[in-house]
Design a protein around this ligand. Sequence first.
Ligand SMILES: Cc1cc2nc3c(=O)[nH]c(=O)nc-3n(C[C@H](O)[C@H](O)[C@H](O)COP(=O)(O)OP(=O)(O)OC[C@H]3O[C@@H](n4cnc5c(N)ncnc54)[C@H](O)[C@@H]3O)c2cc1C
Length: 476
Amino acid sequence: MSTIVWFRRDLRLADHSPLLAAYARGEPVLPVFIWDPAPGPWATGAASRVWLHHSLAALAQALEALGSRLLLRVGPPAQVLAALVRDSGATALMFNRRHEPAEQVLEARLAQTCLPPLDLRTFGDGLLLDPAEIRTGGGQPYRVFTPFWRRLRDVLRPGAPGAAPRALPSPRTWPSGVALETLSLLPRIPWDRGITAHWRIGEQAAQRRLARFMADGADDYLMQRDLPAVNGVSRLSPHLHFGEVSPRQIWHAVEATAAAHGLMTVPEPHLGWLRQIAWREFAQHLLVHYPATADAPLREDFADFPWRADAAGVARWQRGETGFPIVDAGMRELWHTGWMHNRVRMIVASFLTKDIGAHWLEGARWFWDTLVDADLPNNTLGWQWAAGCGADAAPYFRVFNPILQSTRFDPHGSYIRRWLPALSRLPTAALHAPWDAPPLTLAGAGVRLGRDYPEPMLDHGTARTAALARLKRAAP
Ligand SMILES: Cc1cc2nc3c(=O)[nH]c(=O)nc-3n(C[C@H](O)[C@H](O)[C@H](O)COP(=O)(O)OP(=O)(O)OC[C@H]3O[C@@H](n4cnc5c(N)ncnc54)[C@H](O)[C@@H]3O)c2cc1C
């Protein structure tokens, strides 16, 4: 008699309802993670695999400290779970639900095949509110964020997060599992050094980051969140994606901070940050109700949109060689650290889909492979928003001007200088559009365009006019 706890995107011990429910049954607990190496359009990307490796290592260590262990198995989850139930004689299976389309199919299948006497119980720790529980007054799913956020605040009463169990009873003999290295999540060529140098991975690191942000960053969030050179955002996204921290813990941390300062309500900057957490809820809500949107635009008038095929242009964008410093700085931050600031994500996404005119899926797939926080709902929402074909999309005629964005959000050029050292000696006025700088200024900073840094790959004004014409014809 034992209880299987299937860890998925909830790689933590605290505020983990399946683990607490398993512990409460008083039987041995079998924590398991299943790696499904099957290829697919949204199979775990390369940067995410690196994160996953380290997160699993941290979780295994934390479980060992409780006298337990993390069992690793490989294969299609439904089959692996069935085999594990057979091997172990488990009487219960507990896990947190996920909301990506393929996971929903899998969970429906499990519900049909895991029949009594096996006690199958699922939980919803990954979100503040189950996507099925929130609807417009007319009973429809939301497609616009602001009313969704209003409704979420009205109905949401997240309870206090659960503590981690102090010990976990183990079975007398453990079923077989594989070693973490067998999953081959780390690359053979060690291109991941930037990622591992940049991040601390695992539940403890996530909790420390949350505490630090509440202490040092949250008060200035609304003023600083758009400035990529400043440490003004939480950088919790990969921790949230892998469930090293739960949204309930975040909500609670914000409320507890307000209470500690004797406040009856959450102060405005902290509420502004919770609003971003609600964007994450909104993204999952959309993908649950419109599951085709991971691959197809939400707005039907974009179904036959004339995206431009420009493999060379996309490759320059991917390498951070467009010649537009703010775009290139962002793409290099992404390549080196596996993360990019939200403002810059919007700028590079607009550049790819509007200036270059490439399909938003080209960008979504590149982000998918290179982001440590690659998250199907959030990535889909972000790309469709930028391309103008999604929910709450920017009006189609909004084409970000990369030079104005750069001047406004990186006014001192610190972000550009950090990621494009070749331009670091340019005076700030010349940094945002170096091709406009006088030759003497360029020479004085040791910059020869076309050699030390690329010439701009296009003229933004011309590209903008062409983008507007395409948008007007296809989706007026
Ligand atoms: C083109 C594009 C692609 C994106 N792809 C992803 C992705 O794959 N994974 C991902 O987690 N986010 C994605 N985002 C959203 C956003 O850029 C990141 O969540 C954010 O930059 C993470 O940094 P942070 O943790 O410091 O955010 P904070 O500003 O501290 O916000 C806290 C949390 O709120 C959530 N959040 C914040 N902004 C958004 C948003 N716009 N949409 C949904 N959730 C949000 C995230 O979980 C984030 O960790 C994308 C945005 C764009 C424009």
